[in-house]
Write a protein that binds this ligand. Structure first.
Ligand SMILES: [Zn+2]
Length: 247
């Protein structure tokens, strides 16, 4: 279409029917499949190990109850429509595009991953609601600075194309195209920087480029976003400013 350099081989992901939208596709298909199996497997392993280790049925039952309670996604109460960032508007992503978890208790969060949607804000929100897409990010930032949250930070979003990085990160999408620097507006940078600063404050994440990275920097990815026009110096300056203002 526009000769975008971002991930040309993957713009027709599972949810991109007919190439109608070109939103950043995060290889969620490979990542989502088998994820439930893995969780069940881990839980079974934990319970099995506990049962073997304790001597009596009563102890085993107590231990099983404790482990079950500690299993991901069953601890914290959820409030319908709740957001993690004040001012964000909640629009739920399809639950096929993320995995219920209990972060930061089951997985620590030490990273923010910056994306560019390769499409409009509306198309990103739409495909993240599509169970066939297999991918979604926690947040989508619009050019005017509006922020929509689609997945709770408690949960693991399929956005990085790398399971370990998904489990440890919060993903933020930005409306626009990697080859159109004019898409990255002042309002977008400012709003996104405030959001990232809050995430860093909440989980004690250092504000540096080791912990605030682009999708392109995720090991194994074939994605290029946010691309060469994303102004990292400016963004990090804004994040640091917002972080110290709220400290
Ligand atoms: Zn991306």
């Amino acid at each position: 279409m526009r000769g975008v350099s971002h991930n040309p081989s993957r713009v027709r992901g599972r949810g991109n029917r007919g190439g109608r939208v070109s939103v950043d596709d995060h290889m969620g298909a490979t990542e989502g499949s088998g994820d439930a199996d893995r969780r069940i497997g881990r839980r079974a392993l934990l319970i099995g190990g506990a049962a073997a280790a304790v001597g009596t049925a009563v102890l085993a039952r107590d231990e099983l109850a404790r482990l079950w309670w500690r299993a991901p996604g069953v601890e914290k109460p959820r409030v319908e429509g709740a957001v993690d960032f004040g001012g964000a508007q909640w629009v739920a992503a399809s639950d096929a595009n993320w995995r219920r978890a209990d972060r930061p208790d089951d997985y620590g969060i030490d990273m923010v991953i910056i994306h560019v949607t390769q499409g409009s804000f509306a198309s990103a929100v739409k495909v993240f609601q599509d169970p066939g897409h297999g991918a979604a990010a926690h947040y989508v930032v619009r050019k005017d600075g509006h922020i929509t949250q689609m997945i709770r930070e408690l949960d693991v979003a399929y956005h990085a194309g790398n399971r370990a990085y998904n489990e440890r990160s919060v993903g933020i999408e930005h409306e626009g195209f990697v080859d159109r620097p004019e898409d990255f507006t002042d309002a977008m940078y400012a709003a996104s920087a405030r959001l990232t600063a809050r995430i860093c404050a909440r989980y004690a994440i250092p504000v540096d480029r080791e912990h605030i990275i682009g999708h392109v920097e995720v090991p194994g990815t074939d994605h290029t976003d946010p691309g060469e026009h994303w102004d990292w110096d400016r963004y990090m300056r804004l994040v640091r400013r917002a972080r110290s203002a709220s400290a």
